[in-house]
Design a binder for this molecule. Structure first.
Ligand code: BYC
Length: 317
């Protein structure tokens, strides 16, 4: 039966029933326009985060302390490029082109994770990014494996496997530093001091301030709220900090016996707003670098298109 026989309202009701029944929505299925737009927003911002996230790490590839560390870092940065590829491809199934998505990143309409607007100042920062940034990302992404949009959910399954390796290599690297010389331990502590609060900001504003949460939870695009995920990350990371013999840079952090969870100090939301609105320590550099790399890669994209079109012509003949 054709869908033209149904009203918009009936279609929406059937759509919500499918979402409630945990059925995946696939690219050719009917979906509300606002669902499609919200997914394009979240998925493309996720893809941009993977790409921009390569910059603070790329900064240390040529300065990794050993060949082993260099190989691991190179592999990790390549993985981030791969994650962006799955995510851009999944976003394109919603009827938007990669060029349009990149344009939105370049002109500031699309955001990317706030954390990548902080500089990576020492080698310990590379360990901290793996441990805390990938650690925070996994807590969120594990739940996104159950997101309602099929291509996004499937991309997440693969990404989570790789992120879990990233998190462990970061922790292992910091463990070596934390158990090394006093200078190395101080470097690890300094990295924790600088990355801790930005890592907590990765989960977004408090639930009450979150513009998209209510609708995204109803559509099961998001499966857990910003605050729930942040708390899970803190509870899982605190014992790891203690095991390293480091100190969390939050004097208000305290185990709450009654809740079976940690209480923590307030995040600097003014800083968060500044960073997501383009005024963090590295925002301008990150976008300028991306624009330059994108322009320099134009000939590769042109060559690929020319090759594809020749192949099609040959097939048609
Ligand atoms: N940074 O209504 P809300 C990685 C924005 S990368 C910047 O709560 P939502 C890795 C938000 O976009 C992993 N912006 O939003 C890579 C919205 O603004 P717009 C990245 C943020 O979407 C390389 C406004 O604030 N992971 O693993 O319901 C190396 C209101 O927020 C942030 C993902 O992207 C932020 N932190 O919830 C190493 C996961 N927080 O769009 C590692 C997918 C909020 O209206 N994304 N905003 O202009 C999500 O799960 C959700 O989008 C968020 C935010 C939980 C992040």
């Amino acid at each position: 039966m054709s869908q033209f026989k149904y009203s918009e309202q009936q279609l929406e009701k059937a759509f919500q029933a499918r979402v409630d029944a945990e059925q995946k929505i696939e690219p050719k299925d009917w979906m509300p326009e606002a669902y499609r737009k919200n997914l394009i927003r979240q998925m493309s911002q996720h893809a941009h985060s993977e790409v921009i996230g390569m910059q603070p790490e790329g900064n240390w590839i040529s300065r990794a302390p050993t060949l082993r560390r260099k190989m691991v870092l190179l592999a990790k940065v390549q993985d981030e490029g791969g994650h962006a590829l799955y995510l851009y491809s999944a976003t394109e199934t919603l009827g938007v082109t990669r060029d349009e998505l990149i344009e939105a990143l370049h002109d500031g309409r699309a955001k990317y994770a706030s954390i990548f607007n902080y500089p990576s100042l020492s080698w310990a920062d590379i360990g901290a990014i793996g441990w805390l940034v990938d650690g925070a990302a996994i807590v969120n992404q594990i739940t996104l494996q159950r997101t309602s949009y099929g291509p996004y959910a499937r991309a997440m399954v693969r990404i989570c496997k790789e992120e879990s390796f990233h998190q462990r290599q970061g922790y292992e690297s910091l463990m070596v530093l934390a158990n090394g010389s006093p200078e190395q331990k101080a470097m690890a502590q300094d990295a924790l001091n600088r990355w801790w609060w930005p890592a907590l900001m990765m989960f977004g504003p408090h639930d009450g301030e979150s513009a998209h949460s209510a609708q995204s939870m109803k559509w099961k695009i998001k499966r857990k709220s910003n605050d729930e995920l942040r708390q899970a990350f803190i509870d899982q990371t605190m014992p790891q900090i203690e095991f390293l013999g480091l100190t969390v840079p939050d004097p208000e952090m305290k185990w709450n016996e009654q809740r079976g969870s940690y209480d923590h100090g307030e995040i600097d939301w003014d800083e968060f707003q500044r960073v997501i609105n383009g005024d963090g320590p590295c925002n301008r550099d990150r976008i300028e670098h991306h624009k330059k790399a994108h322009a320099e890669g134009a000939w590769v994209r042109d060559a690929l298109r020319a090759y594809e079109s020749k192949k099609r012509q040959r097939l048609a003949a």
